[in-house]
Design a protein around this ligand. Structure first.
Ligand code: KG4
Ligand code: ZN
Length: 344
């Protein structure tokens, strides 16, 4: 085994995915995720059920990741884990597991900020693929997930500056909540995306959320859609069924417009034209297409990581852990997870 390679075991358990990954420097050797289907029946993530599912999944997921990586536990240099933000009960499972395994193997532990990890997923190298396309520094990252919508100026892996944030719902949350109003199961984001491909984005006009500066707001859009549907359904009970594709396309168009408006303003203010996308919503086909079109027009260089590194995954935790490892940033066993984002 190459002595210089730093092997990091990463653990992600902030929401409803239990994930473990092994990286060798920036190369992803394994990235194994168990998704929790149980929440579908409730129309959203139920925190207590999520914690229990993590408890069940964590050991099989880590075992599989180690097996797939081709290394043994004895080859590891450190264990990195998500310490927040996220659901506290879920984070506790990953944190306690990482601490216990590190204690048993006499390894250092590295706590990772989940939002920083979404950004650093851009540096993950996929075996057998051209990995020459990581963004040069500095770059702007738009992180759009179920829990967060952030505009970040990335100076370096250590130095990230939050320049825009959501004041209420995140973009993914808006997709999911509006999908629910349209009678779609959880998580509705990917379904809105699917229906939107055959719909007219200009069929219905919803207000583009307006906020000062570079911040976002999506709760007003959800309310506007709710009132609109109530009004239309009282005249035609089949309104949603008859217009689902157009409704999805129009909602998606509004969310994308809100995101792109702020992204363009951020690029203008900072003068940065390297633009990266991160988080689960970056899977959205309409968002990717619009970003690529606008990017061409504005001479931007666009970076979107492979899909498995966009949604919640442990490869991004291992990569973030690797950068901290290089700086000797380790935690001690008294560290505890936190629920809310309070900066990078
Ligand atoms: O980053 P992620 O996997 O988990 C969080 O940290 O939240 O993001 C999950 C979010 C969900 O809200 C889901 O509906 C949304 O990403 N999402 C999408 C698509 N795929 C996932 N939203 C719109 N279009 C998609 N294709
Ligand atoms: Zn996430």
């Amino acid at each position: 085994m190459d002595k210089k390679t730093v092997f990091i075991l990463g653990i992600e358990s902030s929401c409803d995915e239990t994930s473990a990954a092994v990286t060798g420097n920036l190369q992803v050797k394994a990235n194994v995720t168990a998704s929790q289907q149980i929440h579908e029946a409730y129309g959203g993530v139920v925190p207590e059920l999520a914690s229990r599912a993590h408890q069940k999944n964590i050991i099989p997921v880590v075992d599989t990741a180690i097996e797939q990586s081709g290394i043994t536990l004895n080859d590891l240099s450190a264990i990195a884990f998500t310490s927040g933000p996220g659901l506290i009960g879920s984070l506790m499972v990953g944190t306690a597991f990482a601490k216990a395994l590190a204690l048993a193997l006499n390894l250092p532990i590295i706590e990772v900020n989940h939002m920083k990890a979404h950004v650093l997923a851009h540096f993950a190298e996929k075996p057998g693929q051209d990995n020459s396309h990581s963004p040069m520094l500095p770059f702007l990252c738009l992180t759009v997930s179920g829990g967060h919508t952030q505009l970040i100026k990335v100076e370096s892996p250590e130095n990230m500056i939050l320049i825009g944030n959501t004041t209420d719902d995140a973009a993914g949350e808006a997709f999911d909540k509006i999908a629910k109003l349209l009678g779609l199961p959880y998580p509705g984001g990917p379904l809105i995306d699917q229906y939107a491909t055959s719909g007219n984005p200009n069929a219905f006009h919803f207000p583009v959320p307006r906020m000062p500066g570079l911040d976002f707001s999506f709760s007003g859009l959800k309310t506007a859609v709710l009132y609109f549907l109530q009004r239309e359904q009282s005249a035609n009970p089949l309104f949603i069924e008859e217009n689902r594709a157009d409704l999805c396309a129009s909602v998606q168009y509004t969310i994308i417009t809100a995101l792109l408006t702020k992204l363009k303003e951020a690029a203008r203010q900072t003068g940065i034209r390297r633009i990266a996308l991160a988080g689960g919503v970056s899977a959205n086909k309409g968002l990717r297409k619009t970003l690529l079109e606008e990017g061409k027009h504005l001479d931007w260089e666009i970076f979107v990581p492979p899909f498995e590194y966009c949604t919640d995954n442990a490869a991004m935790i291992s990569i973030a852990g690797y950068f901290k490892y290089l700086n000797g940033e380790f935690s001690d066993q008294s560290t505890a997870p936190y629920a809310r984002f309070s900066g990078f």
